[in-house]
Design a protein around this ligand. Sequence first.
Ligand code: PMT
Length: 398
Amino acid sequence: MQGKKILLAVTGSIAAYKAAYLTRLLLKAGAEVQVLMTEAATAFISPLTLSTLSKKRVFTQVSSEQEWNSHVELGLWADAMIVAPATANTLARLAHGICDNMVAAVYLSARCPVFFAPAMDLEMWRHPTTCTNVEKLKSFGNHFIPVGFGELASGLTGEGRMAEPEEILTCLDHFFQKEIDLTGKKALVTAGPTYEPIDPVRFIGNHSSGKMGVAIAGELARRGAQVTLVLGPSRLSAVHPLVTTVRVTTAEQMHKAATACFSSMDIAVLAAAVADYRPTITASEKIKKSETALSITLEKTPDIAATLGKMKKAGQFIAGFALETNDELKNARDKLEKKNFDFIVLNSLRDKGAGFHLDTNKITILFRDNKRKDFELKSKLAVAVDIVDEIAAALKKL
Ligand code: PMT
C-alpha cells in the first residue's frame, strides 16, 4: 500500500464509525487517504474526525456557496476508490448513474478500480433490487468485498455487516500486490473480429466486440506488462499507457501484425475471433443484385494461433481461446493440442451470459496436464483478472 492514493467514500450507515479505523489502517500501511462523505454519513461520524485522522480536508459536497470541488480531478488522482460502508441507497444510485452527491460524482469520474464494502440490514441485502444493483455494479468491473455474518444494527442476526477494516485492507493489499507481478514481461493480445471483404461494401465477419481481449490487455498492463494489442475492427480502445494498439481489419493483417512481434514476447493471449475463411476473390466494385443465386468461393485464412504455436520457444507462453456451441470440452482440447497452446480458455454460447458482445463471460480453463478449472459467470473485467492470474502462476513454473 506504500504511496498508494486511496479515495475512501463513506456513506450513511451505522458502520460509518469503522471508517475512522480504516483510515488509520490505510495510513499506517503507507497510503495517502482522501475521504469523501455523503451528507447522510455525516450524521453517523463527523467529518472533523476523518479529516483529523487523514490529515486532509474531507469533501462532502460537489459545490457550495464558497467553492466548487473538482470531482474529476479526484477521480483521476486515485489508485483505488473504496466505498465503505456502501449503503443500499448508494449502490442503487451508482448502479444507475444518478449523480447527485460528491461520492457519486467522483465514482463516475474515477478511472481507478473501485471497491465496495456493503453494509445494511439482512432483508435489504437480500432484496432482489439490491442483488440486481450489486450484479450491475460487478458487471461494470467493480470489486465487492463480501459482507460479514453476525449481529446487525437492527438486532437481527444474519448477513449484511460491513467487512472489518482489517479485511478491507487485506483485499486492497492483495489487489496492489498482484499489480506488479508482470513488470518486465512483454505480452501480445489479439482481440475483436476480423472482416473479410466480399466487395467494397460487404464483408464476412462475426459478433466479437473486442471486450474480452481489451479487458485482458488492460489487466496485463495494469500488472506491469508491456502489451501489444492487435485489435480487429472494434469501437473499443485500451487506454493504459503500457498498451500499444495495432488496428487491423482482416485475418491476413492480424496474422502479419502478430507474427511480426511474437518472437520478442513472453506471453500471447489469442482472444480474437478470427474468420476461418475469406472470399477467394474480392470484387473491386459492388456486386449487383440479380435474379439468380450468388455463390462466393471461400478459401482458408492463415491460422494465427497455429503459426505462433509452431514459432513458440522455451519460456514463451500462449493462452488460446475456444468459442464453442457443442462438444465444448472435446473441441477445446483438440485446439489446445493442435495449436500448441499452454492453456485454452473455453467459452460456450450455450452458457447464458457468455460469449460475444456481452459485458460478462463464463469460462473454463483447460490445461495441458488434463486438469481444468471452471469459473462462475463474471464481468469480462473480472474474467480477465482470472485469466491473467492463471498466466502469472504458470509463468512462475516455466
Ligand atoms: O470480443 P467479445 O465480444 O468480448 O467476445 C469474446 C470472444 C467470444 C470473441 C472470446 O471470448 C473468444 O472466445 N475468442 C475466440 C473466438 C474464436 O474464434 O475461437 P475459435 O475456437 O474459432 O478459435 C480458436 C483459437 O484460435 C482462438 O484463440 C482464436 O483466436 C485462434 N484463431 C482462430 C482462427 C484463426 N485463423 N486464427 C487464430 O488465431
